[in-house]
Write a protein that binds this ligand. Structure first.
Ligand SMILES: Cc1cc2nc3c(=O)[nH]c(=O)nc-3n(C[C@H](O)[C@H](O)[C@H](O)COP(=O)(O)O)c2cc1C
Length: 185
Protein backbone atom coordinates (compact mmCIF):
# COMPACT_ATOMS: atom_id res chain seq x y z
CA UNK A 1 0.00 0.00 0.00
CA UNK A 2 1.27 3.48 -0.89
CA UNK A 3 2.24 5.37 2.25
CA UNK A 4 1.95 9.14 2.64
CA UNK A 5 3.28 11.13 5.61
CA UNK A 6 1.63 14.30 6.83
CA UNK A 7 4.68 16.26 8.02
CA UNK A 8 4.45 19.12 10.51
CA UNK A 9 6.18 22.40 9.71
CA UNK A 10 6.67 24.10 13.07
CA UNK A 11 8.13 23.19 16.44
CA UNK A 12 7.24 26.44 18.19
CA UNK A 13 5.84 26.26 21.73
CA UNK A 14 2.11 26.90 21.36
CA UNK A 15 2.26 26.29 17.62
CA UNK A 16 -0.93 26.07 15.55
CA UNK A 17 0.75 23.57 13.29
CA UNK A 18 0.02 20.32 15.07
CA UNK A 19 -3.75 20.82 15.05
CA UNK A 20 -3.71 21.65 11.34
CA UNK A 21 -1.58 18.57 10.61
CA UNK A 22 -3.92 16.38 12.68
CA UNK A 23 -6.91 17.76 10.81
CA UNK A 24 -5.21 17.06 7.45
CA UNK A 25 -4.40 13.54 8.61
CA UNK A 26 -8.01 12.85 9.64
CA UNK A 27 -9.29 14.18 6.31
CA UNK A 28 -6.75 12.08 4.37
CA UNK A 29 -7.68 8.97 6.31
CA UNK A 30 -11.20 9.17 4.84
CA UNK A 31 -9.58 7.74 1.68
CA UNK A 32 -8.69 4.11 1.19
CA UNK A 33 -6.25 4.33 -1.74
CA UNK A 34 -3.21 5.02 0.46
CA UNK A 35 -2.11 4.83 4.08
CA UNK A 36 -1.57 8.13 5.87
CA UNK A 37 0.46 8.75 9.01
CA UNK A 38 1.78 11.76 10.93
CA UNK A 39 5.46 12.68 11.17
CA UNK A 40 5.95 15.46 13.71
CA UNK A 41 9.36 17.09 13.28
CA UNK A 42 9.09 18.33 16.90
CA UNK A 43 9.38 14.74 18.13
CA UNK A 44 12.98 14.50 16.93
CA UNK A 45 14.53 17.58 18.58
CA UNK A 46 16.78 17.95 15.56
CA UNK A 47 19.95 19.95 16.18
CA UNK A 48 20.66 22.90 13.91
CA UNK A 49 22.50 21.60 10.88
CA UNK A 50 26.22 22.09 11.34
CA UNK A 51 26.10 22.33 15.13
CA UNK A 52 28.68 20.11 16.80
CA UNK A 53 27.13 16.61 16.92
CA UNK A 54 26.07 15.50 20.36
CA UNK A 55 25.13 11.87 20.90
CA UNK A 56 21.41 12.50 21.27
CA UNK A 57 21.35 14.75 18.24
CA UNK A 58 22.96 12.10 16.05
CA UNK A 59 20.37 9.55 17.18
CA UNK A 60 17.48 11.89 16.49
CA UNK A 61 18.72 12.69 12.98
CA UNK A 62 19.04 8.97 12.20
CA UNK A 63 15.54 8.26 13.53
CA UNK A 64 14.07 11.14 11.57
CA UNK A 65 15.70 10.15 8.29
CA UNK A 66 14.71 6.48 8.75
CA UNK A 67 11.13 7.52 9.47
CA UNK A 68 10.90 9.74 6.38
CA UNK A 69 12.42 6.98 4.27
CA UNK A 70 9.39 4.76 5.05
CA UNK A 71 7.05 6.87 2.89
CA UNK A 72 6.24 7.12 -0.82
CA UNK A 73 4.90 10.65 -0.58
CA UNK A 74 4.48 13.58 1.77
CA UNK A 75 2.12 16.40 2.58
CA UNK A 76 4.00 19.21 4.28
CA UNK A 77 1.90 21.42 6.54
CA UNK A 78 3.70 24.74 6.64
CA UNK A 79 3.13 28.04 8.38
CA UNK A 80 4.63 31.22 6.94
CA UNK A 81 7.56 32.82 8.73
CA UNK A 82 9.11 35.92 7.17
CA UNK A 83 7.48 35.08 3.83
CA UNK A 84 9.10 31.65 3.91
CA UNK A 85 8.92 28.36 5.80
CA UNK A 86 9.80 28.11 9.47
CA UNK A 87 13.47 27.76 10.39
CA UNK A 88 12.55 24.41 11.97
CA UNK A 89 11.16 22.99 8.72
CA UNK A 90 14.07 24.32 6.63
CA UNK A 91 16.46 22.74 9.13
CA UNK A 92 14.65 19.39 9.12
CA UNK A 93 14.65 19.24 5.32
CA UNK A 94 18.40 19.96 5.29
CA UNK A 95 18.99 16.51 6.76
CA UNK A 96 17.22 14.72 3.91
CA UNK A 97 18.00 13.89 0.30
CA UNK A 98 17.74 10.19 -0.67
CA UNK A 99 14.80 9.84 1.73
CA UNK A 100 12.81 12.27 -0.46
CA UNK A 101 14.22 11.87 -3.97
CA UNK A 102 11.81 10.67 -6.66
CA UNK A 103 8.87 10.87 -4.30
CA UNK A 104 5.74 13.03 -4.48
CA UNK A 105 4.73 15.86 -2.20
CA UNK A 106 1.88 18.24 -1.62
CA UNK A 107 1.74 21.35 0.53
CA UNK A 108 -0.86 22.66 2.93
CA UNK A 109 -0.17 26.15 4.25
CA UNK A 110 -1.59 28.83 6.51
CA UNK A 111 -0.74 32.46 7.13
CA UNK A 112 -2.02 36.00 6.85
CA UNK A 113 -2.03 35.55 3.06
CA UNK A 114 -2.80 31.81 3.26
CA UNK A 115 0.92 31.04 3.58
CA UNK A 116 1.24 31.40 -0.19
CA UNK A 117 4.77 32.87 -0.02
CA UNK A 118 5.96 30.02 2.21
CA UNK A 119 4.55 27.59 -0.37
CA UNK A 120 6.64 29.08 -3.14
CA UNK A 121 9.81 28.91 -1.05
CA UNK A 122 9.05 25.33 -0.05
CA UNK A 123 8.59 24.42 -3.72
CA UNK A 124 12.13 25.68 -4.37
CA UNK A 125 13.54 23.52 -1.58
CA UNK A 126 11.58 20.47 -2.75
CA UNK A 127 12.81 20.94 -6.32
CA UNK A 128 16.39 20.88 -5.07
CA UNK A 129 15.65 17.67 -3.17
CA UNK A 130 14.26 16.09 -6.35
CA UNK A 131 10.72 15.88 -5.01
CA UNK A 132 7.79 15.97 -7.42
CA UNK A 133 5.60 18.60 -5.80
CA UNK A 134 2.04 18.68 -7.10
CA UNK A 135 0.26 21.74 -8.43
CA UNK A 136 -2.68 21.97 -6.02
CA UNK A 137 -2.19 23.50 -2.57
CA UNK A 138 -4.31 23.42 0.57
CA UNK A 139 -4.60 27.01 1.77
CA UNK A 140 -5.83 28.41 5.09
CA UNK A 141 -6.08 31.93 6.46
CA UNK A 142 -4.84 32.84 9.94
CA UNK A 143 -7.75 35.31 10.14
CA UNK A 144 -10.62 33.18 8.87
CA UNK A 145 -9.76 29.54 9.49
CA UNK A 146 -8.80 29.81 13.17
CA UNK A 147 -11.23 30.78 15.95
CA UNK A 148 -9.72 31.73 19.32
CA UNK A 149 -6.51 29.94 18.38
CA UNK A 150 -8.27 26.72 17.37
CA UNK A 151 -8.25 25.49 13.79
CA UNK A 152 -11.78 25.82 12.41
CA UNK A 153 -11.51 25.77 8.62
CA UNK A 154 -14.20 27.27 6.44
CA UNK A 155 -15.93 24.85 4.10
CA UNK A 156 -14.31 26.48 1.08
CA UNK A 157 -10.76 26.24 2.41
CA UNK A 158 -11.31 22.74 3.83
CA UNK A 159 -12.13 21.60 0.30
CA UNK A 160 -8.77 22.92 -0.93
CA UNK A 161 -6.92 19.91 0.47
CA UNK A 162 -8.92 17.32 -1.49
CA UNK A 163 -7.20 17.79 -4.88
CA UNK A 164 -3.84 17.79 -3.06
CA UNK A 165 -4.60 14.28 -1.81
CA UNK A 166 -5.71 13.20 -5.30
CA UNK A 167 -2.53 14.44 -6.95
CA UNK A 168 -0.09 13.25 -4.29
CA UNK A 169 -1.52 9.73 -4.23
CA UNK A 170 -1.46 9.53 -8.04
CA UNK A 171 2.14 10.72 -8.35
CA UNK A 172 3.34 8.74 -5.33
CA UNK A 173 2.10 5.54 -6.99
CA UNK A 174 3.61 6.47 -10.37
CA UNK A 175 6.99 7.31 -8.85
CA UNK A 176 7.29 3.86 -7.27
CA UNK A 177 8.21 2.70 -10.79
CA UNK A 178 10.79 5.47 -11.14
CA UNK A 179 12.43 4.54 -7.83
CA UNK A 180 12.58 0.88 -8.81
CA UNK A 181 14.30 1.88 -12.11
CA UNK A 182 16.70 4.19 -10.24
CA UNK A 183 17.62 1.38 -7.84
CA UNK A 184 18.79 -0.95 -10.64
CA UNK A 185 20.50 1.79 -12.69
C1 LIG B 1 9.20 35.47 13.37
C2 LIG B 1 7.84 35.37 12.78
C3 LIG B 1 7.66 35.75 11.46
C4 LIG B 1 6.39 35.66 10.87
N1 LIG B 1 6.24 36.02 9.57
C5 LIG B 1 5.04 35.84 8.98
C6 LIG B 1 4.90 36.13 7.59
O1 LIG B 1 5.81 36.53 6.91
N2 LIG B 1 3.68 35.91 7.05
C7 LIG B 1 2.61 35.45 7.75
O2 LIG B 1 1.55 35.26 7.18
N3 LIG B 1 2.73 35.18 9.09
C8 LIG B 1 3.91 35.38 9.69
N4 LIG B 1 4.05 35.10 11.02
C9 LIG B 1 2.88 34.62 11.77
C10 LIG B 1 2.87 33.09 11.79
O3 LIG B 1 2.51 32.58 10.53
C11 LIG B 1 1.89 32.60 12.85
O4 LIG B 1 2.41 32.98 14.11
C12 LIG B 1 1.64 31.13 12.81
O5 LIG B 1 0.77 30.77 13.86
C13 LIG B 1 2.94 30.34 12.90
O6 LIG B 1 2.68 28.97 12.83
P1 LIG B 1 2.80 28.05 14.14
O7 LIG B 1 1.88 28.63 15.19
O8 LIG B 1 2.32 26.71 13.71
O9 LIG B 1 4.24 28.05 14.57
C14 LIG B 1 5.29 35.20 11.63
C15 LIG B 1 5.49 34.83 12.97
C16 LIG B 1 6.75 34.93 13.53
C17 LIG B 1 6.93 34.49 14.97
Amino acid sequence: MTRIAIVTGSTRDGRKNRQVAEWVLAKAQERDDAEFDLVDIADYHLPLLGEPAREQGVASVKEFSARMDEFDGFIFVTPEYNHSVSPALANALSYLKPELANKAAGIVSYGSAFGARAVEHLRGILSELQVAHVQKTGLFSLFVDFKDGAFAPSELQAASVLPVFDQVVLWAKALETVRAEAAVA
